[in-house]
Structures are given as structure tokens and as C-alpha cells.
Design a protein around this ligand. Structure first.
Ligand SMILES: Nc1ncnc2c1ncn2[C@@H]1O[C@H](COP(=O)(O)OP(=O)(O)O)[C@@H](O)[C@H]1O
Ligand SMILES: [Mg+2]
Length: 229
């Protein structure tokens, strides 16, 4: 693969994405350019309908784009087939969602192990690493609980442990405090701050200026355009 040493984590150049619906075209992203360097903590802030989810799906290699270029850790993403995209997502990105997206029938421990099992780790090795990560997030006394036996804040910490388990190059968070009360949300944002201080690159998508202001840099998106960097 490419040189990982000092390249930007994200290098998005003039990316556009349209949705065609019967007789109308929605220009969801218009010539978006955005560079995020290793170690940055960027908040992408925009109102509903501004293109945040569309951008998140492209950054997360979950959707394609119509024109422009997007390199993730210097890898041109438009050259990758589905298997390679799955591998890139698993190796390079830790996803954190508003609603946690934990598997309800698995324990916290099993949820956190999943990205490593997908990579072919043995159950024992994955379990060991997952326990370490959950200990770091002060979740050791909850590892055999099912998600519905946890508070929202604990579920999000489990999801953050799962995002971190594979040492991703990017933590990609979509409204990570959106389902939490203010105090619990603040705790999650404090954790993001700590993770960034430890060297993790974070891109956090939100409609809430108070949330975005925890980031080191705010990028505004309005009507599919990056308005300010
Ligand atoms: N799958 C889709 N088909 C058609 N239009 C879409 C689709 N996804 C998003 N859009 C449109 O693209 C624009 C941006 O949407 P989105 O990225 O979801 O915004 P946000 O996440 O900021 O609310 C909106 O006008 C939305 O209606
Ligand atoms: Mg959205």
C-alpha cells in the first residue's frame, strides 16, 4: 500500500455527488474539498439536509461519488473493488454512530471483538485485546452485559471501544452525542478530547455548534458546499 508516514488522513478534492430522482437532481455535494492531517480533530457542522450524511458515507467508503478525487491515507478510493473497500473500512476507520449500532444479541465484549474477528484474529487474541480496550474505557465491570442492560453513555463507550480496537487511522463519528443527555454527551466529548490528545485523528459530524466547538477545527457545510475551513 501507499506511504502511510506523513500523508493526510483525508484528501478530498472537488468531490460532487448527485442524487437523481425521477425528474429532479439533488446536488448533495458540490465540489467539496477537505484535507484532514494526521492528529487533527475536525468537527463538520451543518444543518439538516446540508450533505453531512452524504459526506460521511463517502469518507467512510460506504458510498461512491460522481466526480472529484478522494484519497484515504493516500489510497485513491475510486480504484478499489468491494472487497478492498471492506478491508479499508475495517483497517483504517473506526465508526461511531448516534445510535451506537451494537449487536443486541452479543455481549459488550463480543461486540468489541467483532472487528478483530472479521480480520481473522483467533477468539482468544480478540478477547484479550477487547478486554484491554474496555478496561481503558472503564467498562471492565460491564463486559458480559448485553447492550440493552447498559445506559446510553455506557453503550456509546462500548461502541467507542469497538471503533478503537483495530487501531484505525481515523475515528469517524456521526452525531455521537445525539442520543445522549447533555451531561453524558459532555463525558463522551471529553473522551474524544483525550483520544485526540493520545494522537487519534477524529472527524465528527454534527448539526450542533456546542458539540462541534469541542473539536480543534470546525468545517461548515451548507447546501452541499464547504463554507469555511
Ligand atoms: N438516497 C438519497 N436519494 C435522494 N436524495 C438524497 C438521498 N440521500 C440524501 N439525499 C438528499 O441530499 C441532500 C443532503 O442529504 P444528507 O446528506 O442526508 O444531509 P444531512 O445529513 O446534512 O441532513 C438532501 O437534500 C437530501 O434530501
Ligand atoms: Mg444526516
Amino acid at each position: 500500500m501507499a506511504d502511510f508516514e506523513n500523508c493526510p488522513v483525508l484528501d478530498i478534492e472537488n468531490v460532487s455527488k448527485n442524487f437523481v430522482m425521477s425528474d429532479t437532481v439533488v446536488h448533495a455535494l458540490k465540489n467539496v474539498s477537505l484535507k484532514v492531517e494526521q492528529g487533527e480533530y475536525v468537527g463538520i457542522l451543518g444543518p439538516s439536509g446540508s450533505g453531512k450524511s452524504t459526506l460521511m458515507n463517502i469518507i467512510g467508503c460506504m458510498d461512491n461519488y460522481d466526480s472529484g478525487e478522494y484519497r484515504l491515507m493516500s489510497i485513491p478510493t475510486d480504484k478499489l473493488n468491494d472487497n478492498q473497500l471492506t478491508m479499508v473500512r475495517n483497517r483504517l476507520i473506526g465508526f461511531i454512530f448516534q445510535k451506537y449500532h451494537l449487536v443486541s444479541t452479543y455481549t459488550v465484549l463480543q461486540n468489541v471483538m467483532m472487528p478483530l474477528l472479521a480480520r481473522g484474529y483467533s477468539y482468544k487474541d480478540a478477547e484479550k485485546k477487547a478486554k484491554e480496550k474496555l478496561a481503558m474505557l472503564e467498562m471492565s465491570d460491564r463486559i458480559y452485559h448485553k447492550p440493552n442492560e447498559l445506559s446510553g453513555g455506557q453503550q456509546q463507550r462500548a461502541a467507542i471501544a469497538r471503533a478503537l480496537i483495530g487501531d484505525p487511522k481515523l475515528l469517524l463519528a456521526d452525531e455521537p452525542t445525539g442520543a445522549l443527555d447533555t451531561k453524558t454527551g459532555e463525558e463522551v466529548l471529553k473522551l474524544f478530547r483525550t483520544l485526540n490528545d493520545m494522537g487519534h485523528t477524529i472527524v465528527m459530524i454534527t448539526h450542533d455548534l456546542n458539540v462541534a466547538s469541542h473539536a480543534q477545527r470546525i468545517v461548515r457545510i451548507v447546501d452541499g458546499e464547504i463554507a469555511e475551513q
